[in-house]
Design a binder for this molecule. Structure first.
Ligand code: PA5
Length: 457
């Protein structure tokens, strides 16, 4: 559920929204719903459109995943951005927090998972030194099949594998990439790597519920059928429900849009669960890369987009919350809470200890965590700061699938309200092309000269 009372006008929150303000966007949202549905029919919005066909692929993915799990002790995902953050977020949300450190029987004999979403030479070298490559499977994920970081990682791994595993090195590589495009594909075909396809139209940050995320999740024993079921149920709900107060994606987008117009240029995503910490990274990319746009659809310069900030409750209560309560009034905060944690921890009561800490004894860590979250809400309300809450009854594959789709759809709606294209990333492409040029890729000489003349290096 969504609790948005912390954003509504009240005696404590005079700058909150009125119900009339919220309802005033209904026409725009109805138009957005029609236009999104039409574009979905026309082949766009693949994050929603592909869910059924992904469901059909589940048995094939699980079959491969079970074989991989039987043959390997480690799985390494090589990818970046949309090709890394989803797999990381889902793994952290649903598997044991210390999954990699568990003995194999406690992991269901599934491989450890490492997601290498950067090209830090120290981390990469130390990872390869630490792993027994003969027992390791590498999933190279790149939609474009061209990204410098992922291709560099792949080339290093391929070289190491050839040295260690000889002719069988190809059995240690599974490639997830486009069906037709990119440089990874011809290599995979020539060298006979197992291959999974990232469907054509989908953007990286919307691709978690394709083989990009489903494969690693299935190999690590996550119930991907339930993940997709949850996603499909939220997808249906959002597509079929009319009215801003009933449609959760419309509601979240309407709140965000109103507050953005009122100068809340920062959107803080603050789960109260360590297992959702990397979900905040995933959300940050989705929100930033989709909505941070210079031009609107008519080509006018708008510089749209809220800056996402990742925070973690309660950790950041002791770090950032001071700023949220008393600093510039430019933020809107989304808490994410879990109704029932899968584990409970009682705090012991010891009458011998000072009386001032007796109040903790006999209570649970969850109670303390909930109390802290509530108290933070209260402090923000007193300060007239805008906040809302997404409440998950429990954190399982089904509910996580729902959450992913909710956040994807609200991003789509926000794109409509901002009148921008939420599915491209020209700013990222600019950087990618600049890297090709500086690293001497063929065909990028003009760009290289431009950058050099500009004095950026
Ligand atoms: O969302 C996006 O499109 C990007 O973050 C990409 O996922 C990222 O740049 C990696 O691209 P690719 O999967 O093509 O290697």
């Amino acid at each position: 559920g969504i609790d948005y009372t912390g954003m509504m006008n009240s005696p404590q929150n005079p700058s909150g929204l009125t119900k009339e303000e919220l309802l005033s966007l209904q026409n725009a949202l109805d138009q957005a719903q029609t236009s999104l549905e039409e574009r979905r029919e026309a082949g766009e919005l693949d994050f929603s459109k592909l869910l059924d066909s992904m469901k059909a692929q589940v048995p094939g993915i699980i079959k491969y995943a079970d074989t991989a799990a039987a043959n390997f002790e480690n799985l390494v995902v090589l990818g970046i951005g949309g090709s890394a953050l989803g797999p990381l977020a889902v793994q952290q949300a649903l598997n044991h927090y210390y999954y990699n450190e568990l003995p194999p029987e406690k992991r269901g004999y599934r491989p450890r998972l490492y997601v290498v979403d950067n090209i830090d030479p120290v981390r990469f070298k130390e990872l390869l030194e630490m792993l027994d490559l003969r027992k390791t499977l590498f999933n190279v994920i790149s939609k474009s099949g061209n990204t410098s970081e992922t291709m560099a990682q792949f080339l290093i791994v391929r070289d190491n594998l050839r040295r260690v595993c000889g002719d069988t090195y190809g059995e240690h590589i599974v490639v997830t990439t486009d069906k037709e495009k990119g440089n990874l594909l011809p290599i995979a075909l020539k060298e006979g790597f197992q291959r999974f396809v990232i469907p054509g139209g989908i953007g990286g940050r919307f691709s978690e519920l394709t083989p990009v995320g489903l494969l690693a999740a299935a190999i690590c024993g996550i119930d991907i059928a339930q993940l997709l079921e949850g996603a499909l149920s939220m997808d249906r709900r959002i597509r079929e429900t009319q009215g801003v107060l009933l449609n959760p994606a419309q509601l979240r987008a309407a709140l965000a849009h109103h507050l953005w117009q009122k100068g809340k240029t920062i959107s803080v995503f603050m789960p109260y669960a360590d297992s959702l910490k990397t979900m905040a990274d995933w959300y940050a990319q989705l929100w930033a890369e989709s909505l941070g746009k210079r031009y609107d659809r008519q080509g006018r310069e708008v510089h749209a987009g809220q800056t996402p900030v990742k925070a973690l409750g309660v950790t950041d209560q002791h770090s950032q919350v001071q700023l949220y309560v008393e600093g510039p009034d430019d933020k809107v905060i989304t808490f994410v809470t879990i109704g029932n944690f899968k584990e409970s921890q009682v705090i012991p009561l010891d009458p011998e200890l000072p009386e001032d800490i007796h109040f903790l004894g006999g209570r649970t860590l969850e109670e303390l965590l909930f109390a802290e979250q509530k108290a933070t809400e209260y402090a923000l309300t007193l300060a007239g700061r805008q906040h809302q809450k997404i409440i998950l009854s429990k954190l399982d594959a089904y509910n996580l699938g729902q959450l992913l789709l909710l956040l994807e759809w609200e991003t789509a709606y926000m794109g409509e309200l901002l009148n921008i294209n939420a599915y491209d990333q020209p700013g990222v492409e600019e950087g990618k092309n600049g890297t090709y040029a500086l690293m001497g890729r063929k065909g990028y000489d003009v760009r290289k000269r431009e950058i050099e003349e500009y004095g950026k290096i």
